[in-house]
Design a protein around this ligand. Structure first.
Ligand code: HPA
Ligand code: ZN
Length: 347
């Protein structure tokens, strides 16, 4: 096989850093606004799409939260989730652990039950409909109070929804993980897995806090770890996964250009890096687009792309049986690459 023939979509992969609300495409926002009779402050779809230019995380978050006003009913949450799964299946996603921001909806009067019923109805049908196993991670808005976070956690636990983990997102700088120690402790005591956004715009100290104070098992983004050698050694030694989102990093100006992205440096330091899409409707692509973009801009080989895919499976919260099955599929693809190279050399 020519390198050029290698298809990133055919690579089985897990997506571990995906905000469901970040999958709302401009067309969907208009569709939901119309059916819910919500006036939008945009002339048309092109006007809205033209606003998808961001200076930093906050400028994105302002639009991201504003557009959530169009999500009202169980059907809206179910349709949003199903549309993501349809697109993820085209991207070769076989397992998805997706983020949901309950406070962004309860804070504007939508009952938590409505949100969770819609999302979980689509997720629970995903394996049958799309062959994608799923896990739901409720993310805490770190720019709100720790009391609000605790109330949200209690409500999620009380309603008995199928939730695999707790995460931490929204405006990072000024809202360190230490603010949520009790919330994460309670979540873990109730069997939830812990992840946290850290080191996207915030300093490496936030990554240390996420590990030591929240006991996060994965770090979302984490690209700023490279500023701290001791931290890189720890992350590598413990093989703590980092869910990196290359197109997001460029759009939010965390990195200047994709060709300058630290992904190769992170791989070379033995970090367990994965590639993900974050908010694909806003940042120019789904997970396959992210793989294709880093491949092109950073000249990644098919072997490296296979490694990123197997990292994503290893970093997931899947059970060992399904992990092994997916890793075997990827290993078969990887082996076919080396066979082709050897065959070429021999010939
Ligand atoms: N960072 C922090 N919060 C977020 C993001 C992100 O990239 N996307 C949605 N909420
Ligand atoms: Zn994110």
């Amino acid at each position: 096989m020519n390198d050029a023939d290698f298809d990133v979509k055919a690579l089985p992969k897990a997506e571990l850093h995906l905000h469901l609300e970040g999958t709302l495409e401009p067309e969907t926002i208009f569709q939901f606004a119309e059916r819910n009779r919500i006036p939008l402050p945009y002339a048309d779809v092109d006007d809205l799409a033209g606003r998808y230019r961001f200076d930093d995380l906050q400028s994105f978050l302002d639009l991201y939260y504003a557009n959530m006003a169009t999500l009202r009913t169980v059907e809206d949450f179910a349709d949003m989730t199903e549309a993501y799964l349809v697109r993820a299946s085209v991207a070769g996603v076989r397992h998805a652990e997706v983020f949901l921001d309950p406070q962004a909806h309860t804070g504007r009067g939508i009952p938590l039950e409505t949100v969770l019923e819609g999302v979980t109805s689509a997720l629970s049908a995903s394996e049958r409909r799309h062959g994608i196993s799923t896990g739901l991670i409720v993310t805490i808005l770190r720019d709100l109070s720790s009391e609000s976070a605790m109330t949200t956690l209690d409500a999620v636990l009380a309603c008995g929804a199928d939730v695999v983990g707790i995460g931490l997102d929204s405006a990072e700088v000024g809202h360190p993980p230490s603010k949520f120690v009790e919330v994460f402790a309670k979540a873990r005591a109730n069997g939830l897995r812990a992840v946290a956004h850290a080191g996207e715009e915030g300093p490496p100290s936030y990554i240390w806090e996420a590990l030591d104070l929240l006991r996060a098992e994965r770090i979302d983004h984490g690209v700023r770890c490279l500023e701290d050698d001791a931290l890189v050694h720890r992350l590598a030694a413990e093989q703590i996964p980092l869910t990196v989102c290359p197109l997001s990093n460029v759009r939010l100006q965390v990195v200047r250009d994709l060709s300058q992205h630290p992904l190769p440096a992170m791989l070379s330091r033995d970090l367990l890096v994965t590639v993900n899409s974050d908010d694909p409707a806003y940042f120019g692509g789904y997970v396959d687009d992210n793989y294709a973009a880093v491949r092109a801009s950073l000249s990644l080989s098919p072997e490296t792309l296979c490694k990123l895919a197997s990292n994503s499976i290893r970093a997931s919260f899947l059970d060992n049986t399904r992990k092994s099955a997916l890793l075997t599929e990827i290993a078969t693809i990887t082996a076919s690459l080396s066979t082709k190279v050897e065959g070429f050399r021999a010939g």
